[in-house]
Design a protein around this ligand. Structure first.
Ligand code: GAR
Length: 189
């Protein structure tokens, strides 16, 4: 059994969708959810499915003897970032080369980098008058939004779209593709 740890910082609708996707898979399982925000809704979502949750702070993340150790003790094979907003430190990216998968709500390399997350991305895309946006699923390295792209999907932006309606279109793409792409990526490893 390959074990996934999901890292998330917010609502966790993608995390929940991934948990549901793998609930019936007997080769890949979601082992746990790691969260850096004590009252994030993702924790409630994970608990609903009896998935263990862990809240951590920056010290634990950057100390090689703490969070990484915990992941290794739990025998985590893959890390999935589903709306996780901190940069992964090098000791974790090195220990999990090509085994950390992130989703970004735009077509990287555009609209990525530090501070570009969630609604901020959609606001920037709409403000720039883009005619399309999409999702990027990519490996994580020690830089924001720079790892090798695994998959992209696109959606049109109409005159009537605003950041909220674009967010809905992007979430629909995320729910459709992210679990499948995670599964394919793990199976290919
Ligand atoms: C998702 O749209 C994800 O792509 C984005 O945060 C949202 C989390 O939603 N991630 C980033 O912006 C990373 N830079 P969720 O908590 O409902 O899954």
């Amino acid at each position: 059994m390959k074990k996934i740890a999901i890292f998330a910082s917010g609502s966790g609708s993608n995390a929940e969708n991934i948990i549901r996707h793998f609930a019936s898979n007997n080769q890949i399982s979601v082992d746990s959810v790691f969260c850096n925000v004590a009252d994030a809704y993702v924790l409630t979502r994970a608990q609903k499915y009896h998935i263990p949750t862990f809240v951590f702070d920056k010290k634990e993340l950057i100390d090689p003897d703490r969070l990484l150790k915990q992941l290794q003790e739990r025998q985590i094979d893959f890390i999935v970032l589903a709306g996780f907003l901190w940069l992964m430190p090098p000791h974790i990216t090195n220990a999990y080369t090509r085994r950390i998968i992130n989703i970004h709500p735009a077509l990287l390399p555009n609209y990525g980098g530090k501070g570009m997350y969630g609604m901020k991305v959609h606001e920037a895309v709409i403000a720039a008058g883009e005619k399309e946006s999409g999702i990027t699923i990519h490996y994580i390295d020690e830089h924001y939004d720079k790892g090798t792209v695994i998959f992209q999907a696109r959606c049109d932006i109409s005159q009537a779209d605003d950041p909220e309606s674009l967010a809905q279109k992007i979430h629909a793409l995320e729910y459709e593709y992210f679990p499948k792409v995670i599964e394919e990526t793990i199976n290919k490893f």
